[in-house]
Design a protein around this ligand. Structure first.
Ligand code: UT7
Length: 335
């Protein structure tokens, strides 16, 4: 996919936030029939963070992650032109991004939500980069935040062990083409398999007596784990190859593989299929589980903090999940 690139895109800063409260596999095994051993062997997850307490939402985590990113570069929030919030667990179905705008005092920013589950951050980053490359906006805050602990069925052992809560933020800026850091991308959707992973609206069986209007509510994540697993392992490597081919970069040139943190087996299988050394995999699924739209910016921020990602490194980022949606971004790191 070719984009109309008049300007480049720089990554100025990242930030992340997770709730204080952790939930171990042992604790989950007191709620559903499972074991620490099963969860670690099948997923690599040792613990996850969950947002506890009343009246807490993605906004608490998203605001914290955003402020950390702004603080890193001493940027005043009034400089931000656009905020894109990738989330599937908003606290307001009409949109939650405006609450971030208000709380961080980014009063000059347009703000909107983008829903694409675990691919949300990849799609939001590319949406942001389109606004920057065309010169429409100069500075964009992209946030990935999810609190799926509020949406899992805590009696379903096949899903409740997987997810955790978190938020990650990234500030992008338009720059001269020479300094561009987003070298390429490749995005996909296949709605035929939307039922493999969904958080669907469920209609009540009765309607309003006069209007014949049925109402309902959203209820619980449902997932066909095996099929999602097969989809990820077969399609993500193809997306990565297409993305790299489009910019004439070889697999061997890649320094880091940063995949959506769904399951350590998926991360390793994708790396193996592409003959990427496992040492190049950025992985923190053990600590946070699958944090959906937050997982990529959270892992990116941690890898930077740990000093893993170095000047001139090439990082392949891939998201995949409900929709089904999946896609890849190639980043050239320049600090
Ligand atoms: O973020 C979006 C992307 N989502 C994903 O990437 C998820 C992709 N899928 C997966 O990661 C894996 O499919 C799971 C981790 C969800 C499941 O692993 P699996 O190796 O595919 O297990 P399975 O579903 O085939 O289940 C194997 C067995 C079953 O028992 P039987 O039928 O063999 O007797 C399950 O009932 O394990 C059982 N099982 C469990 N046992 C203990 C399922 N969940 C659990 C559990 N604890 N939590």
């Amino acid at each position: 996919m070719k984009s109309l690139m008049m300007q480049g895109v720089q990554i100025l800063a990242t930030g992340s936030a997770v709730p204080d409260s952790s939930l171990s596999n042992e604790e989950i095994s007191q709620i559903v029939e499972t074991s620490n051993n099963w969860i670690i062997t099948r997923t690599g997850i040792e613990e996850r963070r969950v947002l506890t307490g009343a009246n807490k939402s993605i906004i608490d985590l998203a605001v914290l992650a955003s402020l950390k990113a702004l603080d890193k570069i001493s940027m005043n929030a009034s400089e931000i032109d656009l905020i894109i919030l990738a989330t599937s667990s908003p606290n307001d179905l009409f949109g939650s991004a405006s609450q971030i705008q208000a709380q961080i005092k980014a009063y000059n920013a347009v703000a909107f939500d983008l829903t694409a589950a675990c691919s949300g951050f990849v799609l939001a980053m590319i949406t942001a980069s389109q606004f920057l490359q065309t010169g429409t906006y100069k500075k964009v805050l992209v946030v990935g935040a999810d609190v799926l602990s509020k949406w899992v069925d805590w009696s379903d052992r096949s899903t409740c062990i997987l997810f955790g809560d978190g938020a990650g933020a990234m500030i992008l800026q338009a720059c001269v083409k020479l300094d561009n850091q987003i070298l390429g991308f490749q995005l996909n959707t296949n709605g035929n398999y939307c039922n493999h992973l969904s958080l669907s609206y469920k209609e009540d069986s009765y309607s309003h007596s006069i209007l014949n209007i049925y109402q309902g509510s959203f209820k619980y994540i449902s997932m066909n784990g095996k099929d999602v697993y097969k989809f990820a392992v077969s399609q993500v490597p193809l997306s990565i190859l297409k993305c790299l081919n489009s910019v004439n970069i070889a697999i061997d040139d890649i320094d880091w593989l940063l995949l959506h943190q769904a399951n350590h087996r998926i991360l390793k299988a994708v790396a193996d299929k592409l003959s990427i050394d496992n040492k190049k995999i950025i992985m923190n699924v053990n600590k946070y589980g699958n944090t959906s739209a937050a997982s990529i910016p959270l892992a990116f921020d941690e890898a930077l903090k740990e000093g893993k990602i170095l000047q001139n490194d090439l990082i392949v980022i891939s998201g995949f999940g409900a929709g089904l949606t999946w896609g890849t971004i190639l980043v050239h790191w320049k600090s």
